[in-house]
Write a protein that binds this ligand. Structure first.
Ligand code: ADP
Length: 495
């Protein structure tokens, strides 16, 4: 059974018998009833209980101010109260009352049936009236929202960067005017179609996929710098974020595209020059290192201790310069999107073995014991040879660099589930917790008394991270200041 909400009814009547009768009938039907015997008393109640009087059952034969006065006052005040007049004969005065705004008139000599026929109609009219009022307000609210939405669209279209919004399935649902110009998007061709159809970039798609799949357990979507993504001939600095609803559920992704094609061209010129200089320095520096090493090792004649010490320092500095030059060249390669030059089937065990042998000399010079454990029968890995060598060299040389004399460096290569894992454990100076999150940023170096004499560019780990990401792997670091550091690289083996 549908229970209708009760109505607040004020009965204004100075004839106590009629007043009580009305009251009784209404209360028996579950309505809330207040009573007044004069217009003044009625006005008092209306004022005190503002909003709590829905219908007034009003006698037109009240002494002093007549009922008509009350109708006029309420009409003027625009009170949303339905007035049902009551009169002895429902004659002239009743017609006047209805002109003034009363809904209907009930004869005071009513029967119960007659009373309810009229009252029910009035109650129904009141309910419809309220409903209409609510609908009108909602419509007004909607109307005021339209210009707001138009304003938002105007703002959206005035932004000089491209904005593209997708749903959780990566279908484009909204784009601004700039995005339309940049990527040639049109409503018919683009809306409702996957972003990959209109904007062709695997990298961008991977950001969008990550955004729509993101949850709070994942690392921030785009930590650090916004990447530059190439789409056809153009370059864009891109920022992609998840779009979440009020409850925090991811419902899509929003991408911001800043056209950096012209800056990129200048940048390219500058870094081409840097690469060229680095490349030209590499050969003479290597030959310088060889000659200094020959002298330092006494192969060109006996040295006194002072000469040996100075040549030792020269050798270290030259090595540092070679590392820097290599880092710049590696970094350029990654910036150019060439961190994966050629994918081939690789025997990581063999590559690591060779790298460890090459690095053994540096370890021995610092009296660092270096162990290398490689699990047997590792599966082959599809990756870029140069990239894998760079990962091994950078992590092992860091372990040696940041481990004081007499320490240890252990290198382990093993299978863990569907990954091949490469682990470097050193007993070195460790990394303070506050720096851990930043060591993969380019040019970031930890400045402490212990590191100030150690040469480096701050590029090595960002290079490693770039290569690992390009192979869809992950890198993880655990460290305790003063105790040592462990880097773990996981590389997924494609089945
Ligand atoms: P760098 O050329 O300075 O070695 P990296 O990018 O390779 O640059 O490393 C960034 C910083 O991280 C280093 O400056 C160093 O402070 C810290 N770091 C890297 N590897 C280790 C390690 N094995 N032990 C302690 N600190 C390390």
């Amino acid at each position: 059974m549908l229970i209708k909400p009760s109505i607040n009814i004020l009965v204004v009547e100075n004839d106590i018998t009629i007043l009580q009768r009305c009251r009784e009938l209404l209360v028996n039907e579950g309505h809330r009833v207040r009573t007044a015997e004069s217009v003044e008393e009625a006005l008092d109640i209306i004022q005190k209980h503002s909003g709590n009087v829905d219908i007034i059952l009003l006698s037109l034969e009240l002494p002093g101010w007549g009922g008509l006065t009350l109708i006029n006052i309420l009409q003027k005040a625009k009170r949303e109260i339905l007035i049902m007049a009551m009169s002895a004969d429902c004659g002239e005065e009743a017609i006047e009352a209805m002109h003034a705004g009363a809904y209907d008139c009930i004869r005071k000599s009513f029967t119960t049936d007659r009373f309810w026929t009229k009252m029910n109609r009035a109650i129904e009219a009141f309910r419809l009236w309220r409903q209409l009022d609510i609908l009108t307000r909602q419509r007004q609210a909607a109307l005021t929202r339209i210009p707001h939405e138009e304003n938002l669209m105007a703002i959206f279209n005035s932004i000089t960067d491209g904005i593209v919004v997708t749903d959780w399935q990566t279908n484009i649902v909204l784009f601004n005017a700039k995005a339309a110009t940049l990527f040639g998007l049109t409503e018919e061709k683009t809306l409702g179609h996957p972003i990959s159809v209109s904007i062709k970039s695997d990298e961008l798609l991977s950001f969008v996929m990550r955004a729509v799949k993101s949850d709070s357990s994942l690392a921030p979507l785009m930590a650090g710098e916004e990447p530059v993504v190439k789409v056809e001939e153009k370059a864009f600095r891109v920022h992609v974020d998840a779009v979440k609803n009020d409850t925090g559920t991811v419902i899509g992704a929003v991408g911001l595209f800043h056209d950096v094609s012209s800056i990129s061209a200048m940048d390219k010129l500058r870094s081409d020059f840097l690469s060229m200089v680095s490349h030209e320095l590499k050969a003479p520096l290597s030959s310088l290192l060889m000659q200094v090493s020959v002298l330092h090792d006494g192969l060109a004649g006996e040295l006194n201790p002072k000469q040996k010490e100075l040549l030792g320092k020269a050798k270290e500095k030259t090595k540092g310069m070679i590392t820097l030059v290599n880092d710049i060249l590696d970094y350029r390669r990654i910036q150019d999107g060439k961190s994966v030059q050629k994918i081939e089937s690789l025997n990581l065990a063999e590559i690591l073995q060779r790298t460890v042998e090459l690095m053994r000399l540096s370890a021995e010079e610092k009296e660092i014991s270096m162990k290398c454990e490689i699990e047997e029968d590792l599966p082959s890995f599809s990756g870029d040879r140069g990239g894998m060598e760079a990962i091994f060299v950078n992590l092992i040389s860091n372990a040696i660099k940041y481990t004081p004399k007499g320490g240890s460096v252990n290198v382990i290569l093993y299978k863990a589930g569907k990954d091949i894992r490469f682990k470097v454990v050193d007993s070195g100076i460790g990394i303070p917790p506050e720096d851990i999150d930043r060591i993969f940023e380019k040019f970031y170096r930890i400045k402490t008394e212990q590191t100030q004499s150690i040469a480096g560019s701050g590029l090595g780990l960002s290079i490693v991270k770039g290569i690992v990401d390009a192979h869809r792997g992950s890198i993880h670091v655990e460290s305790e200041a003063g105790k040592g550091t462990t880097f773990i690289v996981s590389l997924p083996v494609e089945e």
